[in-house]
Design a binder for this molecule. Sequence first.
Ligand code: PMP
Length: 359
Amino acid sequence: PQFRGPRPRAHIRDIPAYVPGKPPTPRPGLTAYKLSSNENPYPPLPGVVEASTRAVEVMNRYPDMGSVALYEALGRHLGVPVDHLAAGTGSVALIYQLLQAFCEPGDEVVYAWRSFEAYPIAVTAAGARSVQVPLRADGHHDLEAMAAAITERTRVVMVCTPNNPTGPAVTQAELDRFLAAVPAHVVAVVDEAYLEFVRMPDAVDGLATYRAHPNVVLFRTFSKAYGLAGFRVGYAVAQPEVAGALRAVSLPFGVSSVAQAAALASLEASEALLERVDALVAERDRVGAALREAGWDVPDAQGNFVWFALGDRSAEFAAACDDAGIVVRPFAGEGCRVTVGEVEANDRLVEVARAFAPA
Ligand code: PMP
């Protein structure tokens, strides 16, 4: 029988699809690499596997709903009080929660475009309206234009630094100037998903910014530098009023016991994990230099990915990469984002890019 119940609310039908990074096409005799989701190529550390395995043994029990141990460890790690923290099912869940908590129907959310593709999905799902401000031609945020786009209906502005998928990071001076123009009725999100990969000396200092600006909310994740994408755990740092609202609308038990255990063990292993980040950053910079040498004008990459502004040649480039056993993330008509992965995978990318003449 056919469903004849109520229709989903009107805006639900407008939610754009999230296109996940494709898995690699298996090719005989060729190791295939997935460079399409900005994942960490390193397998988990043994200590992290052990801690998660211990949590698996009690999977008949619900997790600690308050993630108490994780909040305490994060509080110590960051030097912030625990009531300034909210953990979520990946930082993407916290984006949804923030919009749900702060946006009335029709309220506006200002962010750069192109940026993280979950933003328009989350904004639409919350019944709010996206105000997308084009990036500059070099893939940087146009913060002046973003400030000018704020109206009385704006509830949230989101700054993604480094920006996914283009790569450049915002400087502290740029962010300070922007925040000075953000009125008190607006929450300012700084999405720092790729924070640990930033090597620009004048880049945003998120924690100092949150301390200086009560409207600022930081979003961070264990998915990228900490390599826990499969476990879904992220966190927000904000004033207690905001952090409390994020926790209030969270899915009960949304951070699994396994995820909590892995996140805790990863925090303890920060030093070893950040050494791997150093290696990935070195690879990123090596790839960037090789691409520039080959004539590619790639934007400054501060995350674990590089951006090729290929326009309508994006699908062709993605197909050439696929043939070489690396799967990348094309954005139709715009460009391709390629995650920095294993050395061999990065070498193949450089090879494909050399053969594929820049525009
Ligand atoms: N913010 C940005 C900019 C991202 O690129 C991502 C992941 N692709 C996220 C947030 C969400 O990460 P997660 O939900 O895995 O924490």
